[in-house]
Design a protein around this ligand. Sequence first.
Ligand SMILES: [Ca+2]
Length: 284
Amino acid sequence: MRRSVFAVAATAAVLGLTVVSPAQSASGGRPTIELTASPQPVEVVGLPCLPSSLTLGMTNTGGHGVYVDAELNASGPVGLERGVVSSWLPAWDPDHTVTARVGVTAPRTAVPGDYTVTVRADRTRLTVPVRVLPLPGKKEGDNLALGEQAAASSTHGNFRLCGAVDGDRNPDNWSISTGWNDGTRSVFPDDYSVALGRSVSIGRIETYTLDSARYPAGRFGIRDFDVQVRTGGAWQTVDRVRGNIAGKVTSTFDPVIADAVRVVVHDSNDHAYSRIMELEVYSR
Ligand SMILES: [Ca+2]
């Protein structure tokens, strides 16, 4: 039974169609809501700062405008950034789809497997398959900070806290917020840290600040900063960087056992914001 729902939803996604409940066709003159979701399945990894997402589409195919509360529920260990997506849907002609992005997460302890998110709006229902993938192994040579829990002194409203541990260090993506930007303009210091989830040997930290053709590091990157590791509950500075104008700064040091890494920014080249594209941590 569940499999058939998956199959219908997956087929609809491929065809770009919508899944409409049978009850809706009997709704008479009431506004008709169609729901879509992509991707299908939603794939998610059980790391705290590597969120996945689904994009929910809501279309009013009826003749009257309607205010819709789409309720979302997840099965098993799957978590949702929000449980309701609300929108006014005018009776556009031709039909127009309103979309909303909803973050999907899973805890580190989640059992890999297939789960679902169900969406209900008015009398329309949609079942979205979610696949929880196994945790990455993080072997020797892997980035130990990838997807781990970030924290910051502040985060600008247009950016995401997890942006600097999301595995994307392409500065061309800065405008879609795959980086961390602090929220206190012209006030320093700012700091950004990553808890690694366990104690590990660390010998190299790579700090990528904003550095693109449009936003060169010499004008927009972080300039003066300390790179720190947490050992035995205390922060220890392993590198002091001053006057930086490069997009990537590699800090190497005698390996230490630590459970977190932090960058404390004392100034940036525009003296306004601290910007980190990606913070990567390696055993050596
Ligand atoms: Ca990033």
